[in-house]
Ligand binder design. Structure first.
Ligand SMILES: Cc1cc2nc3c(=O)[nH]c(=O)nc-3n(C[C@H](O)[C@H](O)[C@H](O)COP(=O)(O)O)c2cc1C
Length: 189
C-alpha cells in the first residue's frame, strides 16, 4: 500500500494551546492508522502579517518545510480556536500564506481532503468557526471531511497531564481521523 501523508496544521499563539493538543491527538490517531504525519504548530512558524511583499521577502525555514510537506500531502487536519465567532487571525494568517500555492498545477489543495476542528470556550461553541473553516477549505479547492467538528468547553477537555479526557470528544476526533485517512487513500488513487 502507498504511504498516506497527512499534514496537521493549527494551534494558537498560546504556549499551552488546547487546539494544538486536540490536533496532536488527531495526529496520533492518524499515525495509528498507518499515516505519515507532519504536525505544524502555527505558533512556531512566526509568520509576519501576510502581504505579497512579506511573502516575497520571507526567509523562513519552517514555512519552507511546511510548504514542501503540503505539496506532498494526501490530506490535512486544520485546527483553529474560535475567536469572536470565527477562526483566529493567527490561523487565518498562515492560510493566507498558502497563496504561495496559487500557481501550482493544480493550485492550492486541489481535491485533497481536509478535516477541520474548531475549538471554542463556550458550551455550544465552534460552529460558526467550523463553517468559516469549511469555506476556507473550499476556496483552497480542497474537500472538507463531513465529520469535521466543532468542540465547546475548549480548555476543560484535558486532565492535568494535558491528556484529552472527554470520551465523547475522543470518539469524534477518532471518527474524523478514520474518515480522513479513508478519503486520503481514495482520492490519492
Ligand atoms: C480573543 C479571544 C476570543 C475568543 N472568542 C471566543 C468566542 O467567540 N467563542 C467561544 O466559544 N470562545 C471564544 N474564546 C475562547 C477560546 O476559543 C478557547 O479558550 C479556546 O480553547 C482557546 O484555544 P487555545 O487554548 O488553543 O488557545 C476566545 C478566546 C480569545 C482569547
Amino acid at each position: 500500500m502507498k504511504k498516506i501523508n497527512i499534514v496537521c496544521l493549527g494551534g494558537s499563539m498560546e504556549q499551552k494551546s488546547s487546539t494544538l493538543a486536540v490536533l496532536k491527538y488527531a495526529s496520533a490517531s492518524l499515525k495509528e492508522l498507518g499515516a505519515e504525519v507532519y504536525v505544524s504548530d502555527i505558533r512556531t512558524l512566526e509568520l509576519p502579517v501576510f502581504s505579497y511583499k512579506a511573502l516575497r521577502s520571507l526567509r523562513n525555514r519552517k514555512f519552507t518545510e511546511l510548504v514542501k510537506k503540503i505539496k506532498n500531502a494526501d490530506g490535512f487536519i486544520f485546527a483553529s480556536p474560535e475567536y469572536h465567532g470565527s477562526v483566529s487571525s493567527a490561523f487565518k494568517n498562515v492560510i493566507d500564506y498558502l497563496e504561495v500555492l496559487s500557481k501550482e498545477t493544480p493550485p492550492y489543495l486541489s481535491l485533497k481532503p481536509v478535516g477541520c476542528i474548531a475549538l471554542g470556550g463556550a458550551e455550544n461553541a465552534g460552529y460558526a468557526t467550523l463553517s468559516a473553516m469549511i469555506s476556507i477549505v473550499h476556496n483552497l479547492r480542497g474537500v472538507a471531511a463531513p465529520n469535521s467538528l466543532a468542540i465547546g468547553y475548549g480548555s476543560s477537555l484535558f486532565d492535568n497531564k494535558g491528556n484529552l479526557k472527554s470520551e465523547v470528544i475522543i470518539k469524534r476526533v477518532n471518527r474524523l481521523s478514520d474518515e480522513l485517512f479513508l478519503l486520503a487513500k481514495r482520492l490519492k488513487d
